[in-house]
Each structure stands twice: as C-alpha cells, then as structure tokens.
Ligand binder design. Structure first.
Ligand code: SER
Length: 585
C-alpha cells in the first residue's frame, strides 16, 4: 500500500459511515492570523468543536496538512518530520466513545489488515479534573482488545489540548508493536524505547480549559482523531523510517547519486526540508525575517547548507524541486499549480543565502585577524553566536573556517547559548499558538472586522487588483499584507484611512451566510485560497462594501470599531506591502 492509498481507504471507510470528506485547510491558517502554521487536524475545526454549526454536518473526515517546527533540529534522525499529513475522523456533537473506538478497531484490523496482536492502547488514568476513563477501556475490551494490552496513564500521555487553553479532553492512543525486544520488564507504550509506536489518537473532546486553569464541559461531546499518514505508511510497508517509503525514497536515491560526501542525515534533512518548504510556498508562504516567513527561511537555508555539505551543486535545485513535484504531485496538486512560484522562491532564497554566507565569512575573517593581532587562539562562543544571529552564519561553517586558520572554537558554550535562544523562540511560537485558539477577545474580533474593511478600502482607493496576502492580529494592533506594486503615497494612505472611518461611522451591519462556494465566488466574494474551501462556505458581508469568505468571528456592526488609524505602511516582500494600523476607542 502507498500513502495515497491509505489516505483514500481512510476517507472512503469513514464516508461509508456517514462522514463528509472535507479538503485539507492550508498550512497557513486562513482565519487565524495569529497562528504560525496549522499544526493539527483540529486547528481549522476549532469553532465547530466549540459548537458552531459545520456546513458539512456533524460527521467529518479529513486529511490535514500540518507543520510542526518545534523539533526542526531533530530532523535527520530516523523519524522526525516537520511537515506531515494527519488523517482524522470527527464527530461534532454526534457519536462519542463507543463508535469512535469501533471505527478505529475496524479500520485498522479489517481495512488495513493489521493483526490485533500488534495493537495495544492507552487510556486516561483520571485526576481531579476528569475521572479515570474506564468506559473507554471497557469499550476496547468489547471490540477484542485483551485487558493486558490496555494501559492507563496521566495527563502527560492521555490528555490532548492545543496550547494552554481551549477545547480538550482525555484521549485513547493506539500503539503498534514493531516486534522489537522489550527494553525492560516494565516496557510499555509510554516508555519511549521504540518497541511501541503510536499510530492513532482518539480525543474525546468534551472539556474546555479556561484561562484560569479550570475545566468546564463544552456544549457538545466531540471526537477528534489523528492518524499520522507517513508513520502508518512506514509501518505497513515494514520500513524503519519514512525516508524508505515512496514519499521520500526517490529523492533520497537521487541525492545519493549526486552527493560527493554522502551522509544519510544530510540527505534526510534535504529531502524533508525541501518537501516542507515546497508545501509552505504552495500555500502562499514566502521567506522573511519574522514569524512564518522566518521558519520557511530556516527550512530552506538548512536544506541548502546540507546540500553544500553533501557536495551537491546548487544548480541541481530546480531538478530536485521538479523531482519532488513528480513524487508528490498526485497527493498535493497545489505543488503542480504553484510550480513556478516554488522554483522562483527557493532559487531566490538560495541566492540571498549565498550572499549571507559571503558576508558572514568576511565578518569572521575580520574577527580572526583581530584575534591574531592579540595573539588569542580561541574564537569565543559569543562571537560564533553573534555571527549566527546577525548574519545567519551557520556555526559549523564558522568552526570549519576558524579551525582551518588554527583557532579553537568553543561550540559547547555555543550550544548552551543556542539552546537558550531556542527556548525563547519556542516559547514565542507557543504563545502564538495559544493566541490563535484562545484569544477571541472583543479587541481581536474588532481588528478582524477592520481587516475586511481595510481590504475593501484598498480595492477602492488603489486598485481592484489588490488582494490580501496575509494578516496578523493581536489585541493591540493589526497588520495587513496585500499585493501592490508601489509604496502608498501619503494621499493614498489618507484616502484609505478616511474611507474605512467613513464606513465605521455609517454603522454598517455585519452579516453572515452560508452558501455554495461557486455562488459565493460568482457573487464577487473575496477569498485568499479558493481551492482550499469546502463546497459550502461562510461568507461575511459588511453593508454592501465588503464580502469575504471567512470563518469569523466578527463584530455585529462597524460602529463597534472605534477610529481606524494607519500607523505604518512598508514593504513586506517583493510585490507585497504591509499596513500596520490600530483602532482607537
Ligand atoms: N488533536 C489530536 C492530535 O493532534 C488528534 O487529532 O494528536
């Protein structure tokens, strides 16, 4: 079986159980500008878990593209991936534990033909917030799971929540026994030795964690499941790593033939990061120095560094991209339709990185000369870190060059500095994630509506060709990126500001309706990624000045917004401008 066959089997199985298939939402969240990337299947479905009506009903099945960059530096080992696909079946206040467990068991043993002996499961052991999930354990036994392969663990293993707040609940995880020898008498699915591999997580989402740390029951009982496609594919094919399956193998082989100094870790990093970067670019991401643009930049640059390490000529990049489109195009047609943008973006970033390397090297030489004059033969960790932070100059390259000139390099202290830096940026991303799911404060909602007005005003004042390219909202301000070929003049900025304020003063009603996607588009509704929407969409209208496909939420009337003030207009990337604005109440 191949990955795409597993995906199709999954979709069809759940379709036969009354689920509607919905397409993957983009990696770059559409309605959640404060989040970097979609990191789990639940992400685009949060409003429906909270009780909003989903246009496709209460039973959904999906295949969601996800990007998790917390482990970016682990990629290269035999299992970590940044980009992956998560298959999921969803009950939005429909069935609960019993059917969810029945479906999982039937799909694994009847559709994928996994012998039940290979499977074990874990359940929530209970604490002050929620009871021990004996019901789930009993249901597992009813579908044939022997008692001795049902384990109980605490919140760390068997509770699922995205970030710190929001919908959550106990989960039951299904593990596949690889057949490896147990690591000890107490070897179990949570010991992490590698004998047991988690393949599917069923979350029984009936709680909401509040900002003060307390839990309340949600309006409805939901089921959120996540099955990692690449991992399942690897296990079913009896492979040791996802890099040995059809998703990566042709790329790994190609890199091997091109490499002058082979290293399997470097080949994995190149194959993984190339795929991840291509997926991000296909969904509209572009490299930059902040937020998601920065993550993309890191992915591309790390890949290039490892191409260099392998001794592969960077002129091969275009061929490698095309090869990946051949491998992955059937699963992700957006790679085919965005071929040119992907090639251009990656090649442009490569050129920039080459310049960075040149600048960094000059800077390093200057520093080494200074040290020589002072008769010092150690390059300090702080200096290595400065080169890394300021010039993006990779520490391994610094070390190599410095050592060639007879210097010692303290990479151990560098690692410590680096770790601290990582911790900070990780905290930053978690904050972001949390913000996205939990922060639907009146302020952010008002800013969300203001972005629609700004989008509409730009079309009137600048050109109907202006389109939204991204946005980012906090409780304090909004940022809006849009396509535009010139810096706005003061006059244009003033006109845009005035027009938005005029609409605010007019007290225009904000209304929402569900309609067929085609009808929405034909009626002139604005949207960022047309092919990504399901057939039935929600459309928000503001008076008759703005109409956009959007998941909300929004204010009820523009008179709730306050005064709109543009604080800054600047370039964001080629052909894209950025406006920072605030609302004054
Ligand atoms: N939300 C759960 C996870 O990401 C199941 O989909 O594991």
């Amino acid at each position: 079986m191949t990955a795409i066959e597993i995906r199709n089997k999954f979709l069809n199985y759940f379709k036969s159980k009354g689920h509607q298939i919905i397409p993957s939402a983009p990696l770059i969240p559409e309605n959640d500008p404060s989040v970097l990337f979609t990191t789990a299947g639940m992400h685009p479905l949060v409003p429906y878990l909270l009780g909003e009506k989903h246009p496709e009903g209460t039973r959904i099945v999906d295949y969601q593209k996800c990007l998790r960059t917390v482990d970016i530096d682990e990629v290269g080992d035999n299992r970590h991936l940044t980009f992956f696909e998560m298959l999921g079946n969803w009950s939005l206040g429909d069935y609960f534990k019993e059917d969810s467990i029945k479906y999982s068991m039937e799909f694994l043993t009847k559709e994928l033909n996994i012998p039940i002996e290979k499977l074990s499961v874990t359940c929530f052991e209970g604490d002050n917030d929620a009871p021990r999930d004996e019901e789930t354990a009993k249901l597992w036994q009813e579908v044939g799971m022997p008692k001795e392969r049902i384990y109980y663990f605490g919140k760390e293993d068997n509770w699922w929540i995205a970030g710190d707040e929001g919908p959550c609940g106990p989960d039951t995880e299904i593990f596949y026994d690889t057949g490896k020898a147990p690591c000890s008498d107490r070897c179990n699915p949570s010991c992490g030795c590698g004998k047991y591999v988690e393949i599917w997580n069923n979350v029984f989402m009936e709680y909401c964690k509040n900002a003060d740390g307390t839990y309340t029951k949600l309006k409805q009982q939901n089921v959120d499941t996540g099955l990692g496609l690449e991992r399942m594919n690897m296990l079913l094919q009896g492979k040791e790593t996802p890099f040995d399956t059809e998703i990566f193998k042709p790329m790994m082989d190609k890199l091997e033939t091109l490499a002058k100094n082979d290293s399997i870790e470097s080949r994995r990093i190149v194959a993984e990061h190339l795929r991840a970067s291509m997926m991000v670019i296909a969904d509209g991401g572009r490299p930059s120095n902040i937020d998601r643009g920065y993550i993309l930049r890191r992915l591309i640059r790390r890949m290039i560094r490892h191409l260099n390490k392998l001794g592969i000529d960077l002129n091969n990049l275009k061929d490698l991209i095309n090869l990946n489109i051949e491998i992955l195009g059937e699963m992700y047609s957006e790679l085919i339709s965005n071929r040119e943008a992907i090639i251009n973006t990656i090649i442009e970033e490569k050129e920039k990185f080459i310049k960075t390397l040149e600048n960094g090297e000059k800077e390093l030489q200057k520093e080494l000369n200074k040290l020589k004059e002072k008769n010092v033969d150690i390059l300090s960790a702080e200096e290595v870190f400065r080169l890394y932070e300021t010039y993006g100059f990779p520490q391994e390259v610094t070390k190599e060059i410095a050592e060639e000139s007879g210097f010692k390099v303290d990479l151990e202290t560098f690692d410590k500095l680096f770790e601290e830096h990582q911790k900070k940026s990780r905290l930053g991303s978690e904050q972001k994630f949390k913000g996205g799911l939990a922060d639907q404060s009146p302020e952010t909602i008002a800013y969300h509506t203001a972005t629609h007005l700004l989008n509409a005003a730009l079309k009137v004042v600048i050109s109907s060709d202006v389109h939204q390219k991204g946005s980012n909202i906090t409780a304090e301000r909004m940022r809006f990126d849009f396509s535009c070929d010139h810096k706005l003049t003061d006059e244009e900025k003033k006109q845009v500001e005035d027009l938005v304020n005029k609409w605010i003063d007019e007290g225009l009603p904000v209304t929402v309706e569900e309609m067929e996607k085609e009808k929405a588009i034909n009626s002139g509704a604005e949207c960022m990624f047309i092919e990504k929407y399901p057939d039935i969409v929600t459309v928000y209208s503001i008076g008759n000045v703005s109409k956009e496909l959007c998941g909300g939420p929004h204010v009820k009337n523009t008179n709730e917004l306050g005064k709109f003030v543009i604080k800054k207009e600047e370039a964001s990337s080629a052909g894209v401008r950025r406006i920072k604005a605030i609302l004054i109440k």
